[in-house]
Write a protein that binds this ligand. Structure first.
Ligand code: HEC
Length: 164
């Protein structure tokens, strides 16, 4: 009886090992990280608010960074692209004039404005280091209807993909 059990276990183990070896299905990809994953710290966003007030607010209302064109232009894109865009283009009067640390802070603040959750760790202060994070600003069910953009003037609607 013992021998039988041992034989059974052995054959199970062997078949299992064989399966594992011939298994050609690739390993599951790591879970996707998005701006909803708590990718910046609250402290970082608070510092980003100061950057925003000093360097961005003169041209951008907070509302303009939380809806309409901003969401249409950036949602689902890699966060790295937004980071690079800001470094290369903003502030419009003096692109690249902030430190990478400040760009990361202001991104954290913009994400917070968009109701993205803060987490434990800070957002890395380097575009390449935020690779793999997707911008996901999408309406949670409690937000206004996704059709609200229809109420915008037509000129704004058609312009929204042609900027940049
Ligand atoms: C002197 C005015 C000015 C300042 C200061 C400025 N911006 Fe801009 N920003 C603009 C203009 C103009 C555009 C539109 C550029 C285009 O469409 O080519 C823009 C575009 C953007 C966009 C893209 C918006 C969208 O709807 O896609 C973001 C994000 C942005 N700015 C963030 C910032 C941040 C963050 C700062 C501060 C660090 C900043 N800007 C400072 C004028 C400014």
């Amino acid at each position: 009886m013992k021998a039988l059990a041992l034989a059974l276990v052995t054959s199970l183990v062997v078949s299992h090992t064989a399966l594992a070896q011939t298994d050609s299905v690739p390993a599951a990809p790591p879970p996707e990280r998005s701006t909803k994953s708590g990718i910046f710290s609250a402290d970082q966003a608070a510092k980003g608010k100061d950057v925003y007030l000093g360097q961005c607010q003169s041209c951008h209302t907070a509302a303009s960074l939380t809806a309409g064109d901003f969401v249409n232009n950036w949602n689902t894109r890699p966060l790295r692209e937004l980071f690079t865009y800001l470094v290369e283009n903003m502030p419009e009067s003096e692109p690249g004039s902030l430190s990478k640390t400040q760009y990361a802070q202001v991104i954290a603040y913009i994400l917070q404005l968009n109701n993205m959750p803060a987490g434990e760790a800070e957002l890395a202060a380097e575009p390449d280091s935020v690779a793999g994070i997707k911008i996901d600003l999408l309406p949670t069910p409690s937000l206004p209807s996704p059709m609200a953009w229809l109420n915008q003037p037509v000129s704004r609607r058609t312009a929204r993909h042609t900027r940049r």
